[in-house]
Design a protein. Structure first.
Ligand SMILES: Nc1ncnc2c1ncn2[C@@H]1O[C@H](COP(=O)(O)OP(=O)(O)OP(=O)(O)O)[C@@H](O)[C@H]1O
Length: 237
């Protein structure tokens, strides 16, 4: 598996923001980011707040546009450069290849929790029965009380919503997983569950790139920590 090409490869990627409300002021964030993540590997982005960790994940997912460089994501036999791909190609990558889990749950109102998680599995072609089984397993592992499963999560506590969000993000089997602080407001017990689930994904060959503020989680899941400060832009803002 290690001889294969990586599933994610960034090659000299740079990003700055132009602040139009501040007279076009340019805020340089990261320069020449080069890193790669192989199948079955979990690479963690480290560095202080504001270093550009989330911006890197958002560029890979196609939410932010890279100014320079290549963002290569492998889709089967094809390698797609997200930095220059058409929006339609990026949407197909999100459907088939890349999952993204942030710390916030955004869902369609009035859909029951169990269906939200099962529907996420169904998006990847998993049958209804198996999707429901996966949803039940993940929600119980993540200690979401069964009495809540038929309710929409809008009134759930912050931690409960985050656990539903993780269950939804992990329900499908996409080969690439981008995790943006998914454990931010979880207690130690649930953080440990997420660590186990990340190990399960790694064993299944998923390439994971993540940001974790909790040191215990970072240490438990990381094969490598990439300190983003080494990509700090030298240009002054
Ligand atoms: N959409 C945006 N418009 C303007 N500036 C932005 C935007 N997104 C991020 N930034 C700026 O880019 C810099 C890097 O932000 P980013 O969220 O990537 O950092 P981070 O390392 O993930 O921080 P944290 O650990 O606090 O989440 C910050 O100075 C931030 O203000």
């Amino acid at each position: 598996m290690t001889t294969e090409q990586p599933l994610i490869a960034l090659d000299d990627v740079s990003k700055s923001f132009t602040l139009h409300l501040r007279g076009g002021l340019e805020l340089a964030v990261v320069s020449d980011v080069s890193l790669a993540v192989a199948a079955g590997e979990c690479v963690v982005l480290g560095g202080p707040s504001g270093a550009g960790k989330s911006s890197i994940l958002k560029m890979i997912y196609g939410n932010y546009r890279a100014d320079r460089g290549r963002i290569l994501v492998r889709d089967g036999a094809e390698v797609v450069n997200v930095a220059s791909a058409e929006p339609r190609r990026i949407l197909a990558l999100r459907r088939d290849v890349m999952g993204y889990v942030s710390q916030f749950l955004r869902v369609i109102p009035r859909v029951a929790t169990l269906d939200i998680v099962a529907n996420a599995a169904r998006e990847r072609g998993i049958g209804q029965q198996e999707a429901m089984e996966r949803a039940r397993r993940l929600l119980s592992l993540l200690n979401v009380p069964e009495r809540l499963w038929q309710l929409p999560p809008s009134t759930f506590s912050g931690g409960e919503q985050q656990r539903v969000n993780i269950a939804r993000g992990l329900a499908a089997d996409r080969p690439v997983l981008l995790l943006d602080e998914p454990t931010a407001s979880l207690d130690a017990k649930n953080r440990a569950v997420v660590v186990d689930l990340i190990h399960e994904k790694k064993r299944a060959g998923t390439a994971i790139l993540g940001i974790f503020h909790d040191e215990d989680v970072r240490e438990a899941v990381a094969d490598r920590i990439e300190d983003v400060t080494r990509f700090a832009s030298s240009r002054a803002a």
